[in-house]
Structure formats: structure tokens, C-alpha cells
Design a binder for this molecule. Structure first.
Ligand code: SAM
Length: 281
């Protein structure tokens, strides 16, 4: 018995179902159920809330979410070997767990869930970043989810919450902070995982704001920011060449010196620039 439910400890589950970790799937499992419950709590009070969990693996975080009271949890897992372990959790929590087998980059789970809904995941780094960008750029705002609670390698977490003037500040920070409150909720050493990865990890919590902090057309803002940081060492008058005819005039109108580099430009100024560029084209 484990501390949080009547199911067997995760080491037993992994041994019983032959879930040796596969590097190709980025499998670094969390085995401490008190820790997975703590991560689940970073998503806030889960009573009455539906949760989408991507990449449940043997189900440590899934069990944490259910034990913490989530009304429903929908999981998407690519590795078919994990299905029997997840089915056992489903039986232990009748009517509260739905399992989808597949690639989270290809399945659209939003049809299966109704608000209020939160997303929680411990995913491989590349999949996690790609999904984060997708979740942050929906067709309309506010999104269907209230919050995202996601594990990343520490370096990526730092990029999400970075402030202007730091090396970590870039497209991810602007994208995340424009329409969310973003903070690092927990730090985890490599030993928290089995097998331990090479680097430390962190849980980032992003809460959707009802409206963007500053007005801007999302597509124009994304284009401006992507191009500005694509050549982050160049001055903006060079990095943003071609984006608009009178680039230097537009930069000045937005309150940005044409000789500035992208990494010193605050979110508010990027939004001002997106508005000026939109009016100029
Ligand atoms: N959530 C579990 C935990 O915390 O112990 C497992 C975490 S492990 C870092 C990542 C999980 O994501 C693995 O179970 C892996 O099979 C799964 N995964 C990897 N790529 C995926 C994808 N594209 N779609 C869905 N699941 C994926």
C-alpha cells in the first residue's frame, strides 16, 4: 500500500508490467507518490475540476491528481506498455479516469473535456515545449484551460519566467507572460526521477489571464518576437529588417531605440511595436 491510495507502490507497478524506462520516449519516472501529490497540488484545488495529463507513464502523477480530488482525469500516453498499469488506476477510481493511447502532438483531447479544465504534465522536454507553445497560442483567448502545471528541465523553466535583460529572456518568456501569470512552483533534483536525468527540473505554473496584459494582434506579435529573437545579438534595426517599410520609424513610435537588442525590450514595448507594425502594413 502507498501513502495516497490502496494501489501498489510504483516500483512494484513498474516491475509487474515490465515498464523499463525508454530513452527514446523521454521516460524519467517519478516514483514518490507524496511528491506526485505535491506536484498535483501546485495545480490548485482540484475539487470539481477536470484535468488533462499528457504522458502519465506508470501513473504516479495521475494517482496524485486523483488522490487530490480531481473530478476527472484524461490521460494521453504514447507508450502502449503503460495501458495495464493505467487500467488498474481506472478501476481504483471508478468513473474518474479516461485513458487515450496515442501521441499528444497528434490527438486533440480538448473535445473530450469541458471547463473548468487544467493541464498537468511531466513530459519529455521537446514534446513539452512544443505543446506549451500550442497551448499558449489558441485560436481565441481566454483558452479552454484555466492553468498549466508543467515539468520542464530547469533551463526551459527559467526561459518561461525570464525577465528582460537576462540571457534566458526570449520568445518563450514573451509568449508565456503576455497572457499568463507564470512562476516556478517547485524545483526538483535529478534524483527525484528514475532513471535520473542529467539536469535538474522545475514545475512551472501558468495561470491564464482573462485578457492579455497589453493589446496586440497575436499573429503580428508572434512574428515580430520570433524575428527579433532569431538574431538576438543584432540590433533591432537589423534583426527586424523587412518586417515593415519604415522600420526605424515604427521602432521609435513604439518607444524602442533602433539600436536596442531584443533581449532588453520589455513585453509592453513588444506589444506596442506589434500594434504599430499592424497599422503600418
Ligand atoms: N508522468 C510520468 C511520471 O511523472 O512519472 C511519466 C513522465 S515521463 C518524463 C514522460 C512520459 O511521456 C512517458 O510516459 C512517455 O512515454 C510519454 N510520452 C512521450 N512522448 C509522448 C507523446 N508525444 N505523447 C504522449 N505521451 C508521450
Amino acid at each position: 500500500m502507498s501513502a495516497i491510495d490502496d494501489l501498489p507502490p510504483l516500483r512494484e507497478v513498474i516491475a509487474q508490467h515490465g515498464l523499463s524506462a525508454r530513452k527514446a520516449l523521454g521516460q524519467n519516472f517519478l516514483l514518490d507518490l507524496n511528491l506526485t501529490s505535491k506536484i498535483a497540488r501546485q495545480a490548485g484545488d482540484l475539487q470539481g475540476v477536470s484535468v488533462l495529463e499528457v504522458g502519465p507513464g506508470p501513473g504516479g502523477l495521475t494517482r496524485g491528481l486523483l488522490a487530490e480530488g480531481a473530478k476527472r482525469v484524461l490521460v494521453i500516453e504514447k507508450d502502449a506498455r503503460c495501458q495495464p498499469a493505467l487500467e488498474e488506476i481506472k478501476t481504483a477510481y471508478p468513473g474518474r479516469l479516461e485513458i487515450l493511447e496515442g501521441d499528444a502532438l497528434k490527438v486533440n483531447p480538448m473535445d473530450h473535456l469541458t471547463p473548468p479544465m487544467r493541464i498537468v504534465a511531466n513530459l519529455p522536454y521537446n514534446v513539452g515545449t512544443e505543446l506549451l507553445v500550442r497551448w499558449l497560442t489558441p485560436a481565441s483567448w481566454p483558452p479552454v484551460w484555466d492553468s498549466l502545471t508543467l515539468m520542464f528541465q530547469r533551463e526551459v523553466a527559467d526561459r518561461i519566467v525570464a525577465q528582460p535583460g537576462s540571457k534566458a529572456y526570449g520568445r518563450l518568456a514573451v509568449l508565456a507572460q503576455w497572457r499568463c501569470e507564470a512562476r516556478i512552483a517547485m524545483s526538483l533534483p535529478p534524483e527525484a526521477f528514475s532513471p535520473p536525468p542529467k539536469v535538474s527540473s522545475a514545475v512551472v505554473h501558468l495561470k491564464a489571464l482573462p485578457e492579455p496584459r497589453f493589446a496586440a494582434d497575436p499573429k503580428v506579435l508572434e512574428r515580430v518576437v520570433a524575428q527579433a529573437f532569431n538574431q538576438r545579438r543584432k540590433m533591432l534595426r537589423a534583426a527586424l529588417k523587412g518586417i515593415v517599410q519604415d522600420l526605424e520609424g515604427c521602432l521609435r513610435e513604439a518607444g524602442i531605440a533602433p539600436t536596442d537588442r531584443a533581449e532588453v525590450v520589455p513585453l509592453e514595448a513588444f506589444c506596442a511595436l506589434a500594434r504599430v507594425v499592424k497599422n503600418a502594413v
